[in-house]
Design a protein around this ligand. Structure first.
Ligand SMILES: *Cc1c(COP(=O)(O)O)cnc(C)c1O
Length: 391
């Protein structure tokens, strides 16, 4: 049961089955948490030939393997490696695919710590990064150089939600022998099938929806046939693995991933549409709504939308009033990360670090993560917050 792959069951059903096998767990529904460094061998001959499923803790444990195999089945990749954080996965994917002297293309809307990794670490390793307009589409051709080896994608973009034309971009990349990596954290494999749309490596922060409860940090990278072995080899060199408890929690999160995402989708859409009618709101940046750059692409390529989106307030609302709104929210908290059961609202301003595009929202920008509180309670909290902008 634990290694089934594309067996014809729906994704919902697979989520209840993947990565566990009661017949090997003394009948218990869930697998145990394996913790461990040393693996012992019964005979010298076994030791000499490293004859065991796992040779040492850094080579993995049954708990890690269960999550890897589940994620591989879900993404349709050839294999998966885990990381202790989403950012760790970004770093590992880039370190697998790049070498000194290479040129990397990064979307201007990329998760900003990924950007810092390029600007501070890859630069030191003599890898040059060029940032591109996430809406560039086929014009990406003009930025390809002789030494361009990796095209990084993130769709929708962090904070500003530009939806990229992934099929067009991956097709051009392939024609130029360029490897594509996507940060698929927002959609997860449930709402966007990255490998089917041509991406070589697909990563995501399991910290967000797979964990789902703001109580763990985790990253996953799945790779296609071409990249699976190099990815695993790089992973083995670093031996940066998540802890067993975090993998166990992620496997637990897997069981409810579908219903949590569906709930997030419906609630976020309800609140986003309500926000469109509020007088303080100038724009709602939600991939499933027409104001979002790339909305048509989202309709074409995605099978759902998750619970994270942004709004832009009307230009006349002064920044000095913002604390009065945000400091007194009853349900929405301020904080980074997302994908948990609790709602968040956080202001952002990408003007200072974008280099390929001009971000000029002409109003205060806020990112919202919609949790599992009652939708009417959340609207009331927002409405009262907007009222405080006028006091
Ligand atoms: C949060 C996030 C990450 C990083 O995940 P961590 O587990 O917090 O390191 C990477 N990409 C995106 C799009 C994210 O939102």
């Amino acid at each position: 049961m634990s290694h089934m792959k594309n067996n014809g069951f729906s994704t919902e059903t697979q989520l209840t089955q993947l990565g566990r096998d009661p017949s090997k767990q003394m009948g218990f529904v869930n697998g145990p948490v394996y913790r461990g460094s040393t693996v012992v061998y019964p005979t010298l001959d076994d030791l000499d030939h490293r004859r065991s499923t796992f040779t040492y803790g850094t080579a993995g444990t049954p708990t890690i393997r269960d999550l890897e195999t589940a994620w591989t089945a879900l993404t349709g990749g050839a294999g998966t490696v885990l990381s202790p954080s989403g950012l760790g996965s970004v770093a590992l994917a880039l370190l697998t695919t790049l070498k000194a002297g290479d040129h990397l293309l990064m979307p201007d809307s990329v998760y900003s710590p990924s950007r810092t990794f390029c600007d501070q670490f890859l630069k030191k390793m003599n890898v040059e990064t060029t940032y591109y307009d996430p809406m560039i589409g086929e014009n990406i051709r003009s930025l390809i150089k002789e030494n361009t080896t990796v095209l990084f994608l993130e769709s929708p973009g962090s904070q500003t939600f530009e939806v990229q034309d992934i099929p067009a971009l991956t097709q051009i990349a392939k024609a130029h022998n360029i490897t594509t990596i996507i940060d698929n954290t927002w959609a997860t494999p449930l709402f966007f099938d990255a490998h089917k749309h041509g991406c070589d490596l697909s990563l995501e922060a399991g910290t967000k929806y797979l964990g789902g409860h703001s109580d763990l940090l985790l990253g996953m990278i799945s790779a296609n046939e071409k990249w699976w072995k190099p990815l695993r080899a790089t992973y083995d060199l670093f031996a940066m693995l998540p802890g067993a408890e975090d993998c166990f929690l992620a496997l637990r999160g897997l069981r409810t991933l579908h219903i949590r995402l569906k709930e997030a989708e419906q609630r976020a859409l309800d609140i986003a549409q309500w926000l469109q009618t509020q007088p303080e709101v100038a724009k709602v940046l939600h991939p499933a709504l027409p104001d979002c750059p790339g909305h048509e692409i989202w309709k074409r390529d995605f099978t759902g939308s998750s619970g994270l989106f942004s709004i832009i307030l009307k230009p006349e609302i002064e920044r000095t009033k913002l604390a009065n709104m945000l400091d007194h929210m009853q349900l929405f908290s301020m904080g980074f990360s997302w994908g948990g059961f609790e709602s968040l609202i956080t202001p952002f301003d990408c003007r200072s670090y974008r280099t390929a595009t001009v971000w000029n929202p002409n109003g205060i920008a806020l990112r919202l993560q919609i949790g599992l509180e009652g939708v009417e309670d959340l609207k009331a909290d927002l409405r009262a917050g907007f009222d405080r902008l006028h006091q």
